[in-house]
Design a protein. Structure first.
Ligand code: ATP
Length: 209
């Protein structure tokens, strides 16, 4: 099984790391790949450059060998469409279960993604219940859930794609947006970041720090 966790990581924070490690633990996998969404198509421009976000991702992943930074979306010049990334990884790993990990806030917007209907043909989805983002789903996603949801982790190991599992684990109430805002106001955020990332942000004076 290959687990993938994509994000803008602007910056990567302890909520991301806790989520990634919870997935490794729950799904009993030795590693999870953190894929930098280099050129996100669906949001305003990130506060840090691609190179800076990648440096922070590498620093954060160095804290635990289960966390593997993945730069494949950086190497494409086109916008970072998840479906393209999934198709590429599927091509490299035919038949292998693929899991895309996604927070409940991002999952709620799935139907706005480029070629979203193909996502479940390529992978499973593991949805993380972020505090403050209850799973209120629009009709298309409700229908998708009705077809694809499972509560059995074994299904994710036995099939290569097509199932949705909502992970029953508590996530941390941390967001990159709140961290950027706090930094721009001179507030303390060290407790929300891997120590090396906090140092990097202050050294490079990112986000108005
Ligand atoms: P922003 O606040 O800038 O939108 P973010 O904190 O949501 O950023 P992203 O890089 O956009 O971080 O998120 C990458 C993925 O991680 C998304 O699927 C998102 O839902 C998930 N995620 C972010 N923070 C958490 C958290 N605290 N717990 C669980 N999942 C999270």
């Amino acid at each position: 099984m290959i687990c993938l966790f994509g994000g803008t990581f602007d910056p990567i924070h302890l909520g991301h790391l806790h989520a990634a490690l919870s997935v490794c633990d729950a799904l009993d996998v030795p590693q999870i790949r953190l894929i930098l969404s280099a050129r996100p198509s669906h949001r305003t421009a990130p506060g840090a450059s691609i190179a800076q976000r990648w440096e922070m991702l590498k620093l954060a992943c160095a804290s635990d060998q289960r966390l593997v930074p993945d730069d494949r979306e950086m190497r494409r010049s086109a916008p970072s469409f998840t479906v393209d990334t999934l198709a590429e990884i599927r091509g490299e790993n035919p038949g292998e279960p693929l899991v895309w990990v996604i927070g409940s806030d991002a999952f709620a917007l799935l139907a706005s993604w480029y070629r979203w209907e193909q996502v479940l043909e390529l992978c499973h989805l593991v949805v993380l219940n972020r505090p403050g983002h209850p799973l209120t789903l629009e009709p298309r996603l409700k229908a998708l859930m009705a077809r694809a949801q499972t509560t059995a982790i074994a299904d994710l190991h036995e099939q290569s794609a097509g199932r949705i599992l909502v992970l029953e684990r508590d996530m941390e109430q941390v967001s990159a947006e709140a961290i950027r805002k706090a930094l721009s106001q001179g507030a303390e955020v060290a407790h929300l970041l891997p120590a090396a990332v906090d140092t990097y942000i202050r050294t490079h004076r990112l986000y108005g720090a």
